[in-house]
Design a protein around this ligand. Structure first.
Ligand code: CP
Ligand code: NVA
Length: 299
């Protein structure tokens, strides 16, 4: 049966841990895998902009010997109302795997329902599972372990937060989340994750950050929300800056999935500072995506 990767919880603990280990191997042996997916073609449908996801997947696909087919949703018949079902059924006849970045998670679920080849969520409004895998790989590289590590996530309870919560659940990472009132992560995600690990919700970032090994933030307004000025107002006290970072452990690392709004959720001083690991985190997208593609297509 085909496997999809629509949210982190599509994997179990062993699979998630295995994929991080495999990504570390890909990182250590950069050029050794060009025949792994040779002859395969992988579609990449994007309804929203992307720098990291698009480029890291295209390069990962190329380096594994396969052929990437980039499909802007504006340039295929989906934008003229062709049914998701028909698009998925037809593209499955040409392609060996399809990744999709979509406004609505339900679009990706509908696509996966009809696709006869594996589907990867390249970001939806609810989940960003490929990001969370690179995040956990980065924490493992920097801290030497995952179990028992404490993440403080400061900001919006969005797609990135949801996938980070699920990845924390699968790896024994404790996660403390500080959001403004009304911006909490989904109750469904919290409910599922809390049977695996410690998850605490706060409305005060200072308390959430206490003793953290990792301080993580993301934009206050995600793609598609740019006009929600009133939402942004709620985040004034949620900036990751020098004062807030002082509450974390001295050797805490700072993470951001990028793109960042410098001067909003994170200051220049912090994102460019010695505790920031955002570039390693971005690089690790390439290595984890190879592990994901191999898992879905070649194992
Ligand atoms: N982090 C991430 O997914 O970045 P892009 O939007 O540039 O792909
Ligand atoms: N939460 C952000 C993540 C971007 C990678 C967004 O959805 O725009």
């Amino acid at each position: 049966m085909k496997k999809d990767f629509l949210r982190v919880f599509d994997l179990n603990q062993n699979e998630f841990t295995y994929l991080i280990k495999r990504a570390l191997e890909f990182k250590a042996n950069k050029d050794l895998h060009e025949t792994l997916l040779s002859g395969k073609s992988i579609g990449m449908i994007f309804e929203k902009p992307s720098t990291r996801t698009r480029v890291s997947f295209e390069v990962a696909i190329y380096q594994l010997g396969a052929h990437p087919v980039y499909l802007s949703s504006k340039e295929i018949q989906l934008c003229r109302g062709e049914a998701i079902k028909d698009t998925a059924l037809v593209l499955s006849r040409y392609l060996n795997c399809i990744l999709i970045r979509s406004f609505y998670h339900k679009t990706i679920k509908e696509f996966a329902k009809w696709s006869t080849v594996p589907v990867i969520n390249a970001l939806s409004d609810e989940h960003h599972p490929c990001q969370a895998m690179a995040d956990m790989m980065t924490i493992f590289e920097k801290k030497g372990k995952l179990e028992g590590i404490k993440i403080a996530y400061i900001g919006d309870g969005n797609n990135v937060a949801h996938s980070l919560i699920e990845a924390s659940a699968l790896t024994g990472v404790k996660i403390h989340i500080a959001t403004p009132q009304g911006c909490e992560p989904s109750a469904e995600v919290i409910e599922k994750a809390k049977s695996f690990t410690e998850i605490k919700l706060f409305h005060d970032p200072v308390i959430a950050v206490e003793n953290a090994d990792v301080v993580y933030t993301d934009v206050w307004l995600s793609m598609g929300e740019e006009e929600h000025i009133e939402k942004k107002e709620k985040f004034k006290n949620f900036q990751v800056n020098v004062k807030l970072l002082k509450q974390a452990k001295l050797d805490a690392i700072v993470m951001h999935c990028l793109p960042a709004r410098r001067g909003e959720e994170i200051t220049n001083e912090i994102i460019d500072g010695p505790q920031s690991v955002v570039l390693d985190q971005a690089e690790n997208r390439l290595h984890t995506e190879k592990a994901i593609l191999e898992f879905l297509l070649a194992l």
